[in-house]
Design a protein around this ligand. Sequence first.
Ligand SMILES: C[S@@+](CC[C@H](N)C(=O)[O-])C[C@H]1O[C@@H](n2cnc3c(N)ncnc32)[C@H](O)[C@@H]1O
Length: 206
Amino acid sequence: MQGLSREAVRRVYRFYAPVYDFVFGLLLDSGRAALARAIDPAAQRVLEVGVGTGLALKRYPALAQVVGVDLSEEMLLRALPRARRLRGARAVDLVCADAEHLPFPDASFDAITLPYVLSVTPNPQALLRELRRVCRPGGQILILNHFRGAQGMGGLERLLARFAHRVGFDSQLDMDSTLGGHDWTREQVRPVNLFGLSRLVLLRNA
Ligand SMILES: C[S@@+](CC[C@H](N)C(=O)[O-])C[C@H]1O[C@@H](n2cnc3c(N)ncnc32)[C@H](O)[C@@H]1O
């Protein structure tokens, strides 16, 4: 989101961390489930960007090695016990890092997920470029986000827009201009969550 610094993101999620699961856990969970179901079952190396408190971790393919990255230490601290509980079932590593400058070599991952992050990151275009770099050619990039223009949601969107900026959330992100201009194929877009307020976008890295 333009004008939002990394420090502001950390500050916002330091505040949200203790209540995040309560407020956004169940509310946004059907979107997380749809995203996890859309991952290629054969994907072995999965990166979740903006892993937060780790709500999606249990849903990833059982044989995958999962890496979760987040800017906020307070959110990651809450993801840690979830990751530990899963260790028997799948390998999970958590890394505190800025996803606009990832500490991984090119083509490190088969699938990259981005649940509810694009509207709250300082520079979405820098983030998308970085995801393409660490995703292998032909790998999947799965984006779950609110984009403006959800069908029949004009009133709710206007309401959201009035306070969203104050909590570091860009409710006006336009899907075509945000996702256009990158060398990937858009394989599927579908509405998810209550009232179809979020969209799940499946991309195939060129
Ligand atoms: C709305 S939460 C989503 C958390 C989780 N993915 C979920 O499904 O609930 C957004 C998360 O993205 C993280 N984030 C935002 N920009 C980031 C960046 N550039 N690098 C890493 N994490 C970022 C925030 O710290 C926060 O934990």
